[in-house]
Design a protein around this ligand. Structure first.
Ligand code: PLP
Length: 451
């Protein structure tokens, strides 16, 4: 390929990056990833980088699995595209829907495909409102979500999300979306014991339902473990209370499994790990391990049977795209036949947990939380006080992320929380390297703050 500087100049001239200050980036030049294998990326300068984020939380089976390339090529030759609108279908969409129904818990037996998690959450907004309309309760249109949640970037899914920085731009949220607080004990729990705090935060859902009117609330959406909001692991008291409230007021529960699904928490779905019984699950990312863009909604028999009573005027050109569906199916085969969830449960997650939690010995690290293969640490100037850094300290998380990059480790930061979500196939030896590079980066960050 062209020299790095030339590629960076072309990138700066023509490529608008998502979630990026493009002016600032054009000054420094983007890091160019050219290849990947297993848990490692290679950049245009030949650095080998350990990807502790699995791309954007998605490359669950790891990079470089040639089987998926072969399946994609075969499917492109046989049937590169056909749609699933207007009473037609094709073999990959049929097979994938059936496989997902087999893996999903309870009566979640019906799949509405989309091209991404954002699109799937847009489907969910329309589907739950349409469901209640068909049940003769059209006033039930409000969807309750959580502050700091990320559910996608389309106008609908971005409205479900609770990120103030997103809502400040481009006219979101749409009407009839309401946000309650998340159960972030470290930052917001004050003197309360975590379990009391979890209950209090769950009861905000009940308060919101009563305030808005039971007859107006259609659904509650949340991730089993909030990912992009900072890997916020809820206190154990939180989800049982949320489930009780949804059941009591007949509110549909949507579990956004875009990150938590397909092995990330050690089970097929985060809802199983957190013991939740959703009516709808949003899926994407790990469904294809990111090898092809595909997402969808897994819908309960009850909801699907009501929706089946009318034409649902909704769908995407790429709903159930045959190449993406075939790739996803092959990804699920690998996850299953290679017992990658077993590797997570028995090997990788216990080892990572032990190493990750030991990071609290570092002077910069307050709490360390981890569920399966998604974890976070809170950076703090004062552990006992669970203090946040003053905003004029620069974003300490950003400094730490840059140190990680320089040390050939991809970790992400959300404010002053550092987060990881490595490929599920990571080995204990690779976890040692991850922790070594993370510790070195934290040391450098600490030294920079002291200077
Ligand atoms: N939901 C969750 C929980 C996510 O983390 C994301 C993406 O990060 C999305 C939805 C949106 O998915 P996509 O980027 O595929 O549209």
């Amino acid at each position: 390929h062209m020299p790095t500087a030339e590629l960076q100049a072309l990138d700066a001239a023509h490529h608008m990056h998502p979630f990026t200050a493009n002016g600032e980036l054009s000054q420094k030049g983007a890091r160019i990833i050219t290849r990947a294998d297993g848990v490692h990326l290679t950049d245009s300068e030949g650095h080998q980088i350990l990807d502790a984020m699995a791309g954007l939380w998605c490359v669950n089976i790891g990079y470089g699995r040639g089987e998926l390339a072969e399946v994609a090529a075969r499917q492109m030759r046989e049937l590169p595209y056909y749609n699933t609108f207007f009473q037609t279908t094709h073999v990959p969409a049929i097979a994938l829907a059936a496989k997902i129904a087999e893996l999903a818990p309870g009566d979640l037996n019906n799949v509405f495909f989309a091209g991404s998690g954002s699109e799937a959450n847009d489907t969910n907004i329309r589907m739950v409102r349409h469901y209640w309309a068909l049940k003769g309760k059209p006033s039930k249109s409000v969807i309750i979500s959580r502050k700091n949640a990320y559910h996608g970037s389309s106008v609908g899914s971005g409205s479900l999300g609770g990120m103030s920085g997103m809502h400040a731009q481009g006219g979101m949220p749409i009407p009839d979306i309401h946000h309650i607080n998340q159960p972030n004990w470290w930052a917001e729990g004050g003197d309360m014991p975590p379990e009391d705090f979890g209950l209090q935060r769950a009861r905000e859902l009940e308060e919101a339902i009563l305030e808005l009117g039971e007859d107006r609330v259609a659904a509650f959406i949340a991730e089993p473990v909030q990912g992009a909001g900072g890997v916020i692991v809820p206190p154990d008291s939180y989800w049982p209370e949320i489930q009780r409230i949804c059941d009591k007021y007949e509110i549909l529960l949507i579990a956004d499994e875009v990150i938590c699904g397909f092995g990330r928490t050690g089970n097929w779905f985060g809802s199983e790990t957190l013991n939740i019984r959703p009516d709808i699950m949003t899926i994407a990312k790990g469904l294809s391990s990111g090898y092809a863009p595909i997402g969808g909604s897994i819908v309960s028999d009850e909801v699907a049977s009501v929706i089946a009573g009318d034409e649902f005027n909704h769908g995407y050109t790429y709903s159930g795209h045959p190449v993406a569906a075939a790739v996803a199916l092959e990804n699920l085969r690998i996850l299953e036949e290679e017992n990658i969830l077993g590797h997570v449960r028995d090997v990788a997650a216990p080892y990572l947990k032990q190493k990750w939690e030991a990071l609290t010995d570092h002077p910069l690290v307050g709490e360390a939380r981890i569920v399966g293969m998604m974890g976070s640490i809170a950076l703090t100037p004062n552990k006992e006080a669970r203090a946040a850094f003053a905003s004029d300290a620069g974003t300490v998380g950003y400094i730490c992320r840059e140190r990680c990059f320089a040390n050939n480790l991809v970790m992400r930061h959300v404010g002053d929380r550092m987060i990881i979500s490595p490929p599920l196939v990571i080995t204990p030896e690779q976890i040692d390297v991850l922790i070594e590079r993370a510790t070195k980066s934290l040391d450098e960050c600490y030294a920079e703050l002291k200077a």
